[in-house]
Design a protein around this ligand. Structure first.
Ligand code: 13P
Ligand code: ZN
Length: 275
């Protein structure tokens, strides 16, 4: 089978296009990676080639030997659906987790996203903590989440609680809360390690003044999480535009009742009393 006929490639392309339609991707902003199942890679084996091994810039030994579909560096998300073979591709990770080679796509001299270290370290952590279930890591530049990083303290507890309060479904969608990385230089090992550390506990990590990373078992779950967080940030900004005081909101005890009703665990550290 050709890669572009496979369900995973179709899902990847659809998600990239959904992100473009929702205005998460100005220019080349954002990147996406999907950890391909062994049976999925076998289905498209006839369409694969073997490129040269290159350094990742970090060691991702928990995903050694795995294959990923990834977006290309500098490539525009709006072009993924129009020219997937140039805007995206498939890479194989070496047995020691330090190198990759292109086996499909990324044509015309394209290289994988500059955030490859973050994707692969996040993929490694999420693979481990979910017992192999997590497959998708998604990064984009959503305007409302980024705006909040200029207003709220850069604290996991504050971001989680404020975003939970904005829609009753939020604590059910991300009960484990959101991690926040302070401003750092993107595209390298340092920010990748800081993000991966937070991904041990969370499925979403905000990069201050930059964007959001979301993890999920499949395209729907990763995209749905990202979308929910950005919508919640939009509501919070609407409220803040009008007032700095909420007349009423969801209280800590309400969250506790919600947790019981929906059978989710909400860590008490997010249910602090506000002054
Ligand atoms: P790439 O085009 O290299 O994926 O970079 C975009 C981006 O969002 C960097 O954080
Ligand atoms: Zn970015």
């Amino acid at each position: 089978m050709k890669v572009l006929e496979s369900e995973f490639a179709k899902g990847f392309i659809r998600m990239a296009d959904d992100g473009w339609q929702l205005r998460y991707h100005e220019r080349n902003g954002g990147n996406l990676s999907y950890r391909i199942r062994p049976e999925e890679i076998e289905e498209v084996r006839e369409d694969l080639v073997e490129g040269d091994w290159r350094e990742i810039g970090a060691v991702a030994n928990e995903v050694a030997g795995e294959y990923f579909m990834v977006t290309g560096s500098g490539k525009f998300f709006r072009n993924v659906i129009l020219n997937p073979e140039e805007a995206a591709g498939i890479i194989e990770i070496s047995d020691d987790g330090s190198k990759y080679r292109v086996v499909w796509g990324l044509i015309n001299g394209t290289v994988p996203t500059s955030e490859l270290p973050s994707h692969l370290l996040n993929q490694s952590v999420k693979k481990r903590v979910t017992g192999g279930k997590n497959r998708v890591i998604y990064h984009a530049h959503p305007a409302n989440v980024i705006a909040l990083t200029f207003i709220l303290p850069l604290d996991d507890k504050v971001f989680t609680r404020e975003l939970w309060e904005m829609m009753t479904e939020c604590p059910i969608v991300f009960p484990e809360g959101i991690g926040v990385v302070p401003w750092m230089v993107p595209g390298g090992r340092e920010i990748a390690e800081a993000s991966a550390k937070l991904m041990e506990e969370h499925n979403a990590v905000i990069w201050a003044h930059h964007g959001l990373f979301a993890a999920g078992e499949d395209f729907d779950l990763a995209f749905g999480l990202f979308h929910t967080i950005e919508k919640s940030a939009e509501i919070l900004l609407k409220v803040m535009n009008v007032t700095d005081k909420k007349r009423q909101t969801i209280q800590p005890d309400d969250f506790r009742r919600l947790a019981e009703a929906f059978n989710v665990k909400l860590p008490e550290k997010y249910l602090y009393e506000k002054k």
